[in-house]
Design a binder for this molecule. Structure first.
Ligand code: UD1
Ligand code: CA
Length: 454
């Protein structure tokens, strides 16, 4: 069994991504709430049993940090000059030299690779093949290396720029994932030269070299969607769309109702419980869990938030990081919640900002209530007790506590704690001046500008 063997996964992430014309390193572009590199490293982790080497460029601090965030045990290697994919693999020579049974080479820009495929390709190595290549038949082969196969034998991989017209007509392409038998890996890799149109050290030359050394090479095929390589922004968007479709399908298979699936944006780590209903046009950023029977209504945006059982969110709600809604909470239109615990059955149905706060069970937060959590220097907390009632358009100036069952009158500015069961009115008294408006209009009709007096 391949998995009882030792394995090193070398993840190549030093490319500049010139074709994306972006200042950001290519592998840090994100789809479904995760960087391309994170997708690949998650697959490596799920496949299990591998040591991981990540190859970054000279200015690759951000890429290295992302790798460590996902896989703290990953070893980072620097490829000081970008001289091709084989040159990049050799940046991790020290790790390869420890002679693991299998060496996997994975490109950081093929984010849809599945863990079971990593296992499958290793199994072929375990059966005595020196180089195994993951092949596929893309709709449009432009840009991919072509696999030269004769009589069922993989002879070579030809990069498109170096391919003859006959070779360009080959439909079977290199998906980018390769596996090497550990003991012969270095001998093969070190023989790769750069005598080609681009003057680069191509990893793909490993196939012809292995064969010349009398070793076996082999192709394993997979479908296009798994090995879409991302070189351009258009490919980033196409790959993101493929992933969204996968995620929506998986959610529906788990018992989630997506009213208009194609309008819902999910993240790879979105967790939706049974009988959750998601209305059209909802965005799930990273880190969202929604428990059973909750309803997320249209145009809501959620990120690093937890929605409890039976809760109702939206339409037009925004749950920001640290929003935690317990069971049966209602959060309505134009309500923004950040770093706040909203306890069972509490409601904030209209036009509110609740940040750095606790809202007790059964409390009612009226329309237009704002927790003034920031004084220009530091953030402060607001605590609203259970069953409290906050009248519309109130400003709760933190730090402040509203006791259990207390009432805050509409339009209040609350700067001091309110005891449990009390009423607080934090606004000026209403003044009425009889006839004032009538007198104003009369004077204006006489062409006078002055105010009508008291
Ligand atoms: C590569 C393959 C091609 C295959 C395609 C699949 C080679 C020579 N070509 O082409 O056969 O069909 O992928 O998607 O291998 N990288 C480095 N250092 C370098 C160069 C690249 O780390 O010096 C990394 C990049 O960050 C990227 C990966 O290697 O993650 C692949 O490089 P890229 O330039 O995208 O190769 P392709 O032209 O797509
Ligand atoms: Ca590529």
């Amino acid at each position: 069994m391949a998995l009882e063997r030792t394995c090193l996964a070398v993840v190549l992430a030093a490319g500049e991504g010139t074709r994306m014309r972006s200042a950001r390193p290519k592998v840090l572009h994100a789809i479904a709430g995760r960087s391309l590199l994170a997708h690949v490293l998650h697959a490596v982790r799920e496949a299990g049993g591998t040591m991981t080497a990540v190859v970054v460029g000279l200015d690759g601090e951000a890429v290295a940090a992302e790798a460590k965030r996902i896989l703290p045990e990953a070893e980072i290697f620097v490829q000081a000059e970008r001289r091709g994919t084989a040159h990049a693999v050799l940046a991790a020579k020290a790790a390869i030299a420890r002679a693991p049974d299998d060496v996997l080479v994975i490109f950081g820009d093929t984010p849809l690779i599945r863990p079971q495929t990593l296992t499958r390709i290793r199994e072929a190595v375990a059966q005595g093949t020196a180089v195994v290549v993951l092949g596929f038949r893309p709709q449009d082969p432009a840009g991919y290396g072509r696999l030269v196969v004769e009589g069922g034998e993989l002879l070579a991989i030809r990069e498109e720029v170096d391919a003859s017209p006959a070779e360009r007509a080959i439909k079977l392409c290199n998906g980018g994932l390769m596996a090497f038998a550990g003991p012969t890996a270095l001998a093969i890799l070190e023989r790769i030269g750069n005598d080609n149109r681009k003057g680069e050290y191509y990893l793909t030359d490993a196939v012809a070299i292995a064969r010349a050394m009398g070793c076996k090479a082999k192709v394993i095929e997979t479908e296009e969607d798994e090995v879409r390589g991302i070189n351009t922004n258009a490919q980033l968007a196409e790959t993101a769309a493929v992933l969204q479709e996968r995620l929506r399908k998986a959610a529906m298979e788990q018992g989630v109702t997506l009213v208009a699936p194609e309008t819902v944006y999910l993240s790879s780590d979105t967790k939706l419980g049974r009988d959750v209903v998601v209305e059209p046009f909802v965005v799930f950023g990273p880190g969202v869990t929604v428990e059973d029977n909750a309803v997320i209504r249209s145009f809501s945006h959620l990120e690093r938030a937890h929605v409890g059982k039976g809760a109702q969110v939206g339409p037009y709600a925004r749950l920001r990081p640290g929003a935690r809604l317990q069971e049966n909470v209602h959060v309505g239109n134009f309500v923004e919640i950040k770093e706040a615990l909203i306890e069972t059955g509490a409601k904030a149905n209209h036009l509110s900002y609740i940040g750095d706060a606790t809202v007790g069970a059964g409390a009612n937060v009226g329309a237009g209530t704002i927790t003034c959590n920031y004084d220009g220097v530091a953030k402060h907390r607001t605590e609203i007790g259970k069953d409290a009632f906050i009248g519309s358009n109130s400003a709760l100036v933190a730090p402040v506590k509203i006791g259990d069952g207390a009432y805050v009158g509409s339009g209040s500015v609350i700067t001091h704690d309110v005891p449990a069961g009390a009423l607080a009115l934090g606004r000026g008294r209403q003044v009425v001046k009889e006839g004032w408006a009538r007198r104003l209009r009369e004077r204006m009709s006489l062409g006078k500008k002055a105010m009508p007096g008291k």
